[in-house]
Design a protein around this ligand. Sequence first.
Ligand code: PEP
Ligand code: MG
Length: 538
Amino acid sequence: MMIEGKSVYSGVAIGRLAIYHKADNQVKREKISDVDAELARFEEARNTAKEQLAGLYEKALKEVGEVNAAIFEVHQMMLDDLDYVESVINMIQSQEVNAEYAVATTGDTLSEVFASMDDDYMRERAADVKDISNRVIAVLQGKGAGGLNADEPVILLADDLAPSETVQLDKSKVLSFVTRHGSTNSHTAILARTMNIPALIGIDYPEDAEGKMGIVDGYEGKLIIDPPVSVLETYQKRKEADEEKKRLLLELKGKENVTIDGTKINLYANIGSVADVASVLANDAGGIGLFRSEFLYLESSDYPTEEEQFAAYRKVAESMAGKKVIIRTLDIGADKQVDYFHLDKEDNPAMGYRAIRICLDRRDVFKTQLRALYRASYYGTISIMFPMIISVNEVKEIKKVIAEVKAELDEEKIPYKDVEIGIMIETPAAVMMSEELAQEVDFFSVGTNDLTQYTLAIDRQNPKLDNIYDSHHPAILKMLKMIVDNGHKGGCWVGICGELGADTTLTETFLKMGFDELSVSPSMILKVRQEIRSIELK
Ligand code: PEP
Ligand code: MG
């Protein structure tokens, strides 16, 4: 039997199917005689639940990183929420009912309120309110949480999984998560990515699947129940090949990016959203070398506000816990069109009104982003990088805007930190001016995607020219060397954040040229690390 759904993380899992059973929190309404004693029971259970959550937070922090652990902090705060606590207390006092019933009813009512709200974030809180209520009820009833009956590792089938449920699972017993509900960005999906195991959503499995043999095909988004031997063998081979690759790479977590003869290089990750931080952490990147901030604008139906941007940048900075986070300012135009900017149609958009050109023209938009970035800088180690630079004058102009922003923040007594300023080198003009540009900034990051397009005069979007779009062209390699040398002369550190940075056939060349950093997609970190560690330069 084969059931199709959606994959949220690839890979293959083969094993017995086990259905996750929710904690049994059947609650009866009971009349109580001693209101004060019942209030004390509630208070004690609430405190125990908070202690449990603090423990879960610590556990999750170690296992899945700060971003994924944050939910348990949110739950602790929800247990202190006055509306929630007062509602339970009022019910116990006015209706003289048992604490379990008051907690369950409050949980249901608030969760319905959240569920009906016109805001994705608030709707997600509906599940959280139920989750915390179930926890308090379990404490009141002296029961443990629900769970999984398995002696061997299994493919876990569930309706949906709350974060508190997943974190309590014995991870060594889970081969894959398969849920009926949940979304690509659900905590379970993030956890699966972090655990590096396949996960499917939207799979309406039958209840009699329990105990049967199953295959999760995380490439195609399929669950196969009771597979014939031939299918099992095919997947077994695929899984073994995957595992060998994974095993070799995972051994590199926690290791340095150092060549055999001791040359080190920073290996950072490229991201497009806050959610990507999970895989940055899972793949052990040393920092974020390129956060394409335009995705915040692309996902939005109107200009993202300073507060919205601040929240996103702060979250990334905090999640990276002091490691470097390089955020690139808005890089729209050309292939990245945003409706609400109402940009004119251009004959030659790649060479048109885009990136820093728009920002220097639309100061309101630019300042909003810079204010958000500087405010967020206080919460971690943020660097700011500017795209599509062609001249020293542009950088001087940018620095004027930064000075204005800082003056405003000083005036408003809003704290910010010293922020490293860098530019992308992705136009031939910037390469030729790199000696002068290095005097103005702290670092360079080479955008080889655009640098190739502008140097070879080949539209990077044109599939007809794919065969001659050659980032290994000697012109590009010569430029790379020139950029490193000029950058270093001017006291800048120099990295690559274009796709070429992850090309392991050139890793040795980059090291020899003297690059200080490579920023690649999170899933490429360990591969590039493996390559670096196999190189002997001298
Ligand atoms: C580049 O041009 O190499 C780059 C990293 O930026 P983007 O791909 O976002 O244009
Ligand atoms: Mg670019």
